[in-house]
Design a protein around this ligand. Sequence first.
Ligand code: ATR
Length: 283
Amino acid sequence: METTTGDVAKACVIGWPIEHSRSPLIHGHWLKHYGIDGSYEKRAVEPDQLETFLKTLGAQGFRGCNVTVPHKEGAFALADIKHESAKAIGAANTLWVEDGQLHAASTDGEGFMMHLGESAPAWQGTAAPVAVLGAGGAARAIVYALLQNGVSEIRIFNRTFARADEVARHFGGSVRALPWDEREPQSRDCTLLVNTTSLGMTGAPPLALDLAGMRPDAVVADIVYAPLETNLLRDARGRGLQAVDGLGMLLHQAVPGFEKWFGVRPAVTEDLRSLVLADMKKA
Ligand code: ATR
């Protein structure tokens, strides 16, 4: 860790635009809760300023930063040390400066697994297949994390089959691409089904998926968090399946960055969830 402007630990989130980011709310809550003399700021960084900003991150006094749209790929490309979690996606959401070098990681997958572990501790899925809907960055992050956690078979269903196929080829072996239309019959024997598409989000079309016939011990997770209770999660609960919401992933993905920059591994609590939910209601 290094700062060049005094002892106050500083981090930030960068994006263009950046106003919508809830990261300052999350990290600000933890800084206060743990009584840390630090700050977490929003920085609007224009795309053509990204390189300069990141090359001088440490010199500006920052221990690191979160990265949001549209800089996730650019930050990954510019980092000196690219961690496996980021390589799996080709993008990074968490950066830190260590021994003068810029490190890049993606914490979405870890955030997903931490939330899954807390919300559905009975999930025993590693020996049975897992179904992933979608083939974007979030899907890649989750597939990477599932494999890291020993899942033996992953089936990817995506509207555009070629993208699912690309993800399957990237990870190889036990990751298979399947046609979107087969998502119902081919996920019935899965212990976990994860929606990583934008379907079901406020303003997006609904996700058409009949959960009839799924294993009674299956867990259904959605990364969509607005609304918090998606139709998918409501259907899952209605059928007695365990439902895991998308807000937990959003909160848990912030944990590794905070720990790197401020030296404390923070807890995702009900207080934090309520704070972020209240902010979402305001928006
Ligand atoms: P992210 O990087 O956040 O995961 P993304 O790359 O835009 O976002 O991926 C969005 C996912 O939602 C994709 O899997 C997309 O499917 P395509 O690859 O076919 O575009 C999926 N998606 C979005 N709208 C959809 C729709 N109407 N029907 C089915 N899938 C949809």
